[in-house]
Design a protein around this ligand. Sequence first.
Ligand code: COA
Length: 334
Amino acid sequence: MYNSKITGLGFYVPEHIVTNDDLSKLMDTDDEWIQERTGIKQRHWIPEGSEDTSAVMGAKAAKIAIERAGLTKDDIDFIVFATLSPDYYFPGCGVQIQDMLDMPTIGAIDVRNQCSGFIYALSTADQFIKTGMYKNVLVIGAEYHSNGLDKSTRGRGVSVIFGDGAGACVLSQTEDNTKGILSSHLHSQGKHADKLIVASPSIKHWVPEILASKEEDISYFPYMDGTFVFKNAVVRFSEVIMEGLNTNKINPDDIDLFIPHQANLRISQFIQKKFGWRNDQVYNNIMEYGNTTAASIVIALTEAWEKGKVKEDDIVVLAAFGSGFTWGSVIIRW
Ligand SMILES: CC(C)(COP(=O)(O)OP(=O)(O)OC[C@H]1O[C@@H](n2cnc3c(N)ncnc32)[C@H](O)[C@@H]1OP(=O)(O)O)[C@@H](O)C(=O)NCCC(=O)NCCS
């Protein structure tokens, strides 16, 4: 068995910033409500006319990660792409990356685990490296939310939360079995699928039926039972972090950095308080980017690393919860 460690990180967000005040011109909302409930001050949305998509942004982030790993695209053995907003119903974004980066005909898979997407993708890549099948796996999380949101007052409970962006890392084989990904823990509970969902178009409710409804059917917009999601998130985050720490016999006090999926600053603060972590032990950037779903953890990890907040030998805890429900954690010794 081999260990895997992150050798390169990168992220890309569209330049176009949408503030809470900008949103209040589109819908009945205000900066105070959004900041108080979510912590979000602004998000980046792909502007009209841009060529950016989930795959395009993913490719931009991936190029940075590969370069920082000291590798070239020809060194990558496999691609894992996490997104809930793929460019196409099929094929997935992973194969687009293979083409966009002009890579050899390596394998590529898409992971469909929403806010937990990056955790699932990282864990998947880790298994391929642990068995010795691959040496360098490119892991990408990217989301193009803005084109699929209901930007009227009707959709304000969901639309103000989400932002566009992409992050990527290269996971590489290492001989040092004391470093890298120590463990990953993945969970799901499908009975709550309808609490956070984009229900259509689905193969059982296809486009002609939606069009025939003459705009009454809005099941193609995201639906979220925010209070229910919040309550489940705080419980599952805590459980899965504890599971990871217990597996590795790590005391919560001894972690160096916790990077939660950026769902809501209130959720992150609740978890921080529960574990008694200081501010310097937790990294949040939802204020600047909103919730970028599968991209959020890897964008935050990249930023934290760029700011020198992730150092050799640090214990880094990543955790996520989201639609499915799905949740998971990854424990890393850097
Ligand atoms: C979405 C969320 C911020 C909403 O906060 P909340 O306190 O639960 O608010 P509610 O949905 O109960 O709405 C309270 C009121 O604010 C209104 N409201 C909703 N969105 C609003 C907005 N953007 N601006 C102003 N008012 C808004 C509602 O209509 C409601 O009004 P009413 O009381 O007159 O009916 C919160 O539930 C949340 O963060 N949930 C988890 C979300 C999450 O983590 N999602 C990602 C999963 S990974």
